[in-house]
Design a binder for this molecule. Structure first.
Ligand code: ZN
Ligand code: ZN
Ligand code: ZN
Ligand code: ZN
Ligand code: ZN
Length: 341
């Protein structure tokens, strides 16, 4: 806007500066040039879309009093000068940057003199029927000027930016869902089936093979870690079992040694007993023998006794008596083997 004001300034200056001493022709000419400036300003206003509602959008007759003196469109956020000329807020603010008068009748004007529009005019303005600005895109909505802003904020034909960050697309609100389904910036799984989620369309560097290789490396290192863990656990378990077995083995060895020594003691006892038994048996045999000898001796003594009573004191009896005593002595002298176990 600033550029446009600067470009039309040479046309406006003669009008304000030489108004009094110019001829009617010049005035007419100046007015004509002034009008063309206004048209220029108005077209600039349309380009920036900052001021006025395009009169073409209205249904039915629009009173001239409801048009902006600067952009010639229907007043948007109107303000009124003491001269009762009305302008869009942005139009008159722009004008007063370089001028200090009403653009319509040149009466002195500054920002502090601007007032809201008369109530009856505001009501007339609010009741005007206007088409939705998205009419060219298909919206058939016609509503009061008062409510058109609300409608346009929610209009299904309004163009809104795609909700995916970094997507440059602008789509009609009603088409947003369909766009999101195909938006190149949506996060989606790789179409080649690697399972990787691609976050946006610039991800052209995505390489399935590299991605899968990285994944594989990750899995492999995880696997190696797990295998190492299991190996360590098994080794420690085996170690403890081995230690346990060694202890057990030495215990068993000790027991075996103990049993062996017991066994050898038992064997020697057995041997001693066998020897003792043998001796005992010999003793028994010996005793048997002695008994038989004694029995014989006794019998012989009985025989001798009977013979002695018959034959009185004789040398024969003496001899046999001596022999018997000697034999008794030899029996007595035989040592008795006593086995102590
Ligand atoms: Zn205006
Ligand atoms: Zn005025
Ligand atoms: Zn609409
Ligand atoms: Zn998108
Ligand atoms: Zn992939």
């Amino acid at each position: 806007m600033q550029i446009i004001y600067d470009s039309v300034r040479p046309y406006l200056l003669p009008l304000t500066g030489c108004q009094d001493n110019s001829t009617a022709d010049q005035k007419q000419h100046s007015r004509h040039r002034y009008r063309s400036c206004q048209v220029l300003l108005a077209s600039a206003a349309h380009q920036t879309k900052a001021m006025g509602y395009d009169i073409e959008r209205f249904v039915g007759y629009v009173n001239d009093g409801l048009l902006c003196c600067i952009c010639r469109d229907v007043l948007e956020n109107p303000l009124q000068a003491p001269c009762e000329h009305a302008y869009c807020t942005s139009c008159i603010h722009g004008w007063l940057v370089h001028h200090h008068n009403c653009p319509e009748d040149r009466q002195a004007l500054d920002l502090s003199m601007l007032r809201p529009l008369f109530r009856y005019m505001r009501n007339d303005l609010n009741r005007l029927q206007i088409r939705c600005r998205n009419r060219e895109h298909g919206c058939e909505m016609v509503c009061s000027l008062e409510s058109v802003d609300r409608h346009e904020r929610e209009c299904e034909y309004s163009r809104i930016p795609c909700t995916n960050a970094s997507c440059p697309m602008q789509v009609e609100r009603r088409n947003l869902e369909a766009h999101l389904a195909v938006c190149e910036y949506r996060s989606r799984e790789c179409l080649n089936g690697c399972g990787y989620t691609i976050l946006n369309a610039d991800d052209t560097h995505h390489n399935c093979v590299a991605e899968l290789r990285t994944e594989l490396e990750l899995l492999r290192s995880e696997m190696i870690c797990k295998v190492e863990e299991v190996r360590h656990e098994m080794e420690s378990r085996l170690d403890s079992q081995r230690r346990h077995m060694v202890q057990k083995e030495s215990l068993l060895k000790n027991e075996i040694e103990e049993l062996k020594s017991q066994m050898s003691r038992v064997m020697s006892d057995v041997r001693t007993l066998l020897a003792a038994e043998r001796l005992h048996r010999q003793d028994l045999e010996q005793a048997e023998l002695e008994k038989r000898e004694l029995m014989e001796l006794l019998k012989s003594l009985q025989r001798d006794g009977r013979a002695g009573s018959n034959i009185a004191e004789g040398g024969v009896r003496k001899t046999s008596g001596t022999r018997t005593l000697a034999r008794l002595d030899s029996i007595k002298r035989k040592p008795r083997e006593v086995t102590v176990i």
